[in-house]
Ligand binder design. Structure first.
Ligand SMILES: Cc1ncc(COP(=O)(O)O)c(C=O)c1O
Length: 424
């Protein structure tokens, strides 16, 4: 962190400073806040569309947007219109994508514990691919097909046993993981044999997602090397590397673009002798930098010789990443987006937890005051999608900004919403 103005590269593509005020998608962020209130997720729609188109250009047909990063109908439409498939990991995500008008044939269905009902729905909507994760799931597909459903096209999720350099909770390809068929003890080979010879599954190939927020491309190279033999020996038509491309959240971090990531993946795939079509499922790298969260500062508390606390009207309910993963963020005031930020402060929320920290060590302009709008950039991924109602805090609104227009795409929850399912 530094006392300088915010690093502009962390902001959405169309962000600009107009007389010092932060403007995104042609909309003044403070005007958006006046119209929709805080906290609010403000997404740059052009940024979203550009990243989706970049992914399609880099990987081609079949590249899927991992909707767990951020999903609502408007987002599903953006990804679909740009030509992406949509990766859904539950029947809930599937429901939202279908409600947005995305055909079942454009969906890829993930999950380590899919129920028979979920699998049946997936087959009934004509799912494009099911990424099969266990022998129990194979049993359930066998039963559904035996009962008259068509055999779905499937990929098998392999656990390559690779430690990706990222937070432990974000690693999925390590030996001790609940995801996929391990390469050890002949288990992956057994799963492939069963899928290839099964009449209830149309085997398309293999899938290996090693984790999320991965910066080190060598981790992918090692995963690709580990599974290459199985891809070739099973005559797989497709090989999916999953998602996981890391993004910069704070000053000084540097991340590959989707295009560069794809080039590196293709190089590693070619080097390993795989000729199957390469697929991918980026999530975070499509949406993370597209959004800022805007809050209102309600309390500033100086604890002498310790620190300054700046409390905003949100917290771990709409951004649990700092407490879950120790993730870092920057902060800025959209009224003074070019200003130096010499004041070191801790940005906290309004929840009843000492761990309710949004930015552990933030830099802010010296004249920050109660009532100011404060923005945290790079909140487009795993923020709204991980939001909760902890402390009965209503989830924020989501607004897309584009060409000078601000469009509400997810309404702010109301107090009545908090009671909507209470029947006692
Ligand atoms: C199977 C799978 N694919 C894709 C992704 C998306 O990863 P990211 O958002 O890091 O690109 C995830 C994230 O956990 C995943 O589990």
């Amino acid at each position: 962190m530094s006392s300088k103005a915010i690093e502009w590269g962390l902001l959405p593509d169309t962000a600009e400073s107009v007389d010092g005020r932060l403007v995104i998608g042609g909309c003044d962020v403070i005007d958006v806040v006046e119209e929709f209130g805080t906290p609010v997720f403000i997404y740059d729609e052009e940024h979203l569309r550009r990243r989706c188109r970049e992914a399609v250009a880099a990987f081609g047909e079949g590249v899927a947007y991992a909707s767990k990063a951020f999903l609502c109908k408007a987002m599903a439409k953006v990804a679909h219109e740009a030509g992406m498939h949509i990766d859904v990991a539950t029947s809930g995500e599937m429901h939202v994508a279908l409600a947005a008008g995305v055909p079942g044939g454009r969906l890829v269905f993930h999950g380590n514990n899919k129920s028979s009902d979920e699998l049946a729905t997936a087959i009934d909507v004509g799912i494009n691919r099911i990424v099969v994760d266990s022998f129990d799931e194979m049993d359930r597909i066998d039963a559904l097909v035996a009962a008259g459903r068509p055999a779905p096209h499937i990929l098998l999720r392999i656990n390559p046993g690779i430690e990706a350099h990222t937070h432990e909770y974000l690693q999925t390809g390590v030996p001790d993981s609940k995801f996929g068929f391990p390469l050890t003890d002949g288990i992956a080979a057994q799963a492939i044999d069963r899928a290839v010879t099964s009449v209830s599954m149309q085997y398309q190939g293999l899938h290996a997602h090693i984790g999320s927020q991965v910066f080190d491309v060598d981790s992918y190279g090692r995963a690709i090397e580990a599974v290459a033999r199985f891809v070739k020996e099973s005559n797989a038509d497709e090989f999916s590397i999953g998602g996981g491309l890391g993004v910069a959240y704070v000053e000084g971090e540097e991340a590959d673009s989707i295009t560069t990531w794809a080039d590196r993946i293709f190089n590693a795939v070619t080097a390993s002798g795989i000729s199957a079509r390469v697929l991918a499922e980026p999530g975070r790298s499509i949406v993370a930098q597209a959004a800022v969260t805007a809050y209102t500062i309600g309390t500033i508390k100086v604890v002498p010789n310790v620190r300054t606390y700046v409390a905003v009207d949100g917290g771990i309910s709409e951004n649990p990443r700092p407490v879950l993963y120790g993730s870092g963020y920057e902060a800025m005031l959209p009224r003074s987006s070019d200003s130096d930020r010499p004041l070191r402060a801790r940005i906290v929320g309004k929840h009843c937890e000492s761990g309710d920290i949004i930015v552990r060590e933030a830099d802010l302009p010296a004249d920050v005051k109660v009532g100011d709008t404060l923005c945290t950039p790079v909140t487009g991924a795993y923020g709204h999608s991980m939001a909760s109602n902890y402390n009965k805090v209503a989830r924020p609104a989501v607004v897309f900004v584009c060409d000078g227009e601000a469009r509400l795409v997810v309404e702010r929850e109301t107090m009545d919403d908090l009671l909507a399912k209470d029947v006692g």
